[in-house]
Each structure stands twice: as structure tokens, then as C-alpha cells.
Design a protein around this ligand. Structure first.
Ligand SMILES: Cc1ncc(COP(=O)(O)O)c(C=O)c1O
Length: 404
């Protein structure tokens, strides 16, 4: 007779061991530092509301109204028609013709990405992902038992994608290509010629393009057109949300728009099926999607200007530190400086020492897939200018000592 040890820990799935998310994982160490009495300056999470930027009042009003009007039921799995129409109209106005039946309202960009990858990859499939990447992609692919193949972004060329390297990675298992443009974690925006080459490459190999355009409205010089503008018939799916440019990350509300190419009909059907399985996204917040895309956006003008000023300060201060270099971002709220580490040291060791000595919390570049010895780290520069200046004072003193 076999007996079971009922006192043993309940076993967990193997996929969890492959799942890492440095941006949040590092917070455990920050909490220890805080408990030991050092105030932590959290520059790890890209949440503009946490740094004092306010959700536009007409979006809050739209959600309140929806709740009072009784829109507290489950909704259609693809989203309420008015929100889907608003998203389709927005893309169409921006040159990427999309119909409402190809739009899904999702729990942030994140859920759209997860639904799409779940709909197109099998165990062992490969997806081309930028390096550095936003870690959601590798985390989801790990869950799906699929493989992220990293294509290099080149810091010596303003973090542009290395297209030769990208081409060299295609195999018969490759299903899709991820572009994050404007980019997290680098703050880069790709020129039209680069975008065109990426689309041609994907087209040529029959790959789906996941265009992560969640920072599309946050170019310092103004909104950036969607990828689909360049070729509305290419197999492109665009993802965005209320989290960044509409200052409501906690609402977990976003959208995905599937291009009109008949090559995407099956993908649209697969996403529809999977979306049914999770019922619907947050219904009252879907009313805010309508308010966001059809209403006043003047908050974005001020937000972009605030970001431009913070980016300039960040790059000026970082580049003035001996042993530190940084490509100037042109969108979003991230900078990816490089510290010339002594041989044998890693980016994680640097970031943890910085945290323990000064309370400044950044994320190490290897959390985004970069080699640990390269010495990159990501800074979220959403804090007010005076706070950033004080933080960069601490970083400058620490780095001087560290590299001595
Ligand atoms: C590139 C990128 N994609 C997706 C997301 C997830 O955003 P959401 O809140 O819309 O799920 C983020 C959040 O930081 C991001 O930087």
C-alpha cells in the first residue's frame, strides 16, 4: 500500500520556476531595506499616477457614471460596442484601418498580449523578442512553454534593432515578432525606414507582428503613428491601454486591434474564443475608453512636456557621472544607462548595492534579458525634477565610490 506524506508542501508547477519578473521581484529586497530604516525611492515601476500625475477627471466621471447607471453586469467578452468603435475609429483616423469586430477590450495591454500569444504559440514555438525586452513577453512565453529568441537592440546606434541579427534568428518554429515602439526599457522610437524593414521582414517570413504601442502617445514631440499605417495589409496586431498616456494603470483596461489582413482571420477567431473563456474585462472602465478616445486629451500635452524635461535632466546628470553613459530617450519615461562595471561584477550586484547604500531602487538590465556583465540598469524618471536631482546626487556619490 502506498502512503502519501500529507505534511509535505503541496507541489507547484514547473512553469513557475521559469517565470521571472525582475521589475516586481526586486521589491522584496527594497522592503527589507525599508524595514532596516532606509527610505526607498522606487524608480522601478512605470506608474505615472504613483508619482503624482492625475487621471483626467472626465475619465473618472465616465467610470462613476457607468457604475451609477448600473453597468455593473458582465459585458460582452470582446468589450462594449461603444469602446470597440472608439478604438477602431482612433486607429482608422491614425492611418491603420481597423473595424470594431477586430477590436478587443482587455485587462490592459498585458492581457491582450497574453491572449494573442496564447492564441498563436504552441509548446516549443519561437517568438522574436527584443533584447532588452519588457519582461511580460518572456514571462508569458515561459508560461506557454514557448521560446523567446532575443534580437539585439544596439545601444551604440541609439538602441535601434539589429536587423541582421533579427534575420539570423528565424527557424521553422518562429511564429511571431514583438516590437515595442516607443520602447520600454530604452525610451527609443524607431525611424520609419526601420519600421518598414521590420514589417517587410515579418511579411516575408509569414510572422505575426505584435506591435506594443502602449507609449504611442508619449513621444516627446507628439503622438507617434501606429505600425499599421505603413502597411495596413501586413499581419499586425496593435496593443495599447489607459495605463500610460491616459494615466489610469490601476484600472487594468486596454485594447488590441487586429489588422484587416485575411491572414489574421484565424488569429482573430482564436482570440475571440480565449476571450470568451475569461468572460470580459472591467465593464465600467470600458466607458472610460470611450471618454478617453473621443474626449479632451490636453493632459497629454502637459504630460509630454513634463517627460521631456525629466528625460533631459536624467541624461545630463547620468552622462556627467564618470563611468556612466546613457542614450537619450525620445519617448516614454525610461532611461537605460550603462555603468562600466569592474570585471567580474554584475548589473544586479550594482543595483542591489545602490539600493542598500542609498535607498534608490532601479531594475538591473539582466531583468530585461541583457548580459549581466554589460552593466545596464533601467531608471523610471517620473519623479519631480527636484527629487530626481536629489536621487542623481546619491547615485553619483555611490557610483564614484563603487567604481573607484
Ligand atoms: C512595453 C509595455 N507593454 C505593456 C505594458 C503593460 O501595460 P498595461 O498596464 O497596459 O497592461 C507595459 C507596462 O509597463 C509596458 O511597458
Amino acid at each position: 500500500m502506498t502512503t502519501t506524506n500529507t505534511r509535505a508542501a503541496i507541489p507547484t508547477a514547473r512553469r513557475v520556476h521559469r517565470f521571472t519578473y525582475a521589475i516586481r521581484n526586486i521589491v522584496a529586497e527594497a522592503q527589507r531595506v525599508e524595514a532596516a530604516g532606509t527610505a526607498v525611492k522606487y524608480l522601478n515601476i512605470g506608474d505615472p499616477v504613483a508619482f503624482g500625475f492625475q487621471t483626467p477627471p472626465h475619465l473618472v466621471a465616465a467610470v462613476e457614471r457607468a457604475m451609477r447607471d448600473g453597468h455593473n453586469t458582465y459585458g460582452p467578452s470582446a468589450g462594449i460596442p461603444a469602446a470597440r468603435e472608439a478604438v477602431a475609429a482612433e486607429y482608422t483616423k491614425n492611418g491603420f484601418p481597423v473595424t470594431p469586430d477586430r477590436v478587443f477590450i482587455t485587462a490592459g495591454t498585458s492581457e491582450g498580449i497574453e491572449l494573442t500569444l496564447s492564441g498563436v504559440v504552441d509548446s516549443g514555438s519561437e517568438v522574436l523578442v527584443p533584447m532588452p525586452t519588457y519582461p511580460l513577453y518572456t514571462a508569458v512565453l515561459a508560461k506557454l512553454d514557448a521560446k523567446a529568441k532575443y534580437y539585439r537592440l544596439d545601444p551604440s546606434r541609439g538602441w535601434m534593432p539589429d536587423l541582421e541579427h533579427l534575420r539570423s534568428l528565424v527557424t521553422p518554429e518562429t511564429r511571431a515578432l514583438v516590437v515595442i515602439d516607443p520602447n520600454n526599457p530604452t525610451g527609443a522610437v524607431y525611424p520609419i525606414e526601420t519600421r518598414r524593414k521590420i514589417i517587410e521582414f515579418a511579411d516575408e517570413h509569414g510572422l505575426l507582428i505584435l506591435a506594443d504601442e502602449v507609449y504611442g502617445d508619449l513621444g516627446f514631440d507628439g503622438p507617434i503613428a501606429p505600425y499599421g499605417l505603413l502597411d495596413p495589409d501586413a499581419p499586425i496586431i496593435s496593443f495599447s491601454s489607459l495605463s500610460k498616456a491616459y494615466l489610469a494603470p490601476g484600472w487594468r483596461t486596454g485594447w488590441m486591434a487586429i489588422g484587416r489582413s485575411p491572414r489574421l482571420d484565424d488569429v482573430a477567431a482564436a482570440v475571440r474564443k480565449l476571450a470568451d473563456g475569461r468572460l470580459c474585462s472591467t465593464v465600467p472602465m470600458e466607458y472610460a475608453v470611450v471618454a478617453a478616445l473621443t474626449g479632451d486629451r490636453s493632459h497629454q500635452v502637459a504630460f509630454r512636456e513634463a517627460l521631456r524635461a525629466r528625460a533631459k535632466l536624467t541624461v545630463d546628470r547620468l552622462c556627467a557621472m564618470p563611468g556612466v553613459s546613457c542614450v537619450a530617450p525620445t519617448a516614454a519615461f525610461y532611461a537605460m544607462p550603462r555603468v562600466s562595471l569592474p570585471p567580474g561584477r554584475t548589473d544586479e550586484q550594482f543595483v542591489l548595492s545602490l539600493l542598500r547604500s542609498t535607498g534608490v531602487l532601479c531594475v538591473y538590465g539582466s531583468g530585461f534579458g541583457l548580459p549581466p556583465e554589460d552593466g545596464f540598469l533601467r531608471i523610471v524618471f517620473l519623479a519631480p525634477l527636484d527629487e530626481l536631482n536629489a536621487i542623481y546626487d546619491l547615485m553619483a556619490d555611490f557610483t564614484r565610490e563603487y567604481l573607484r
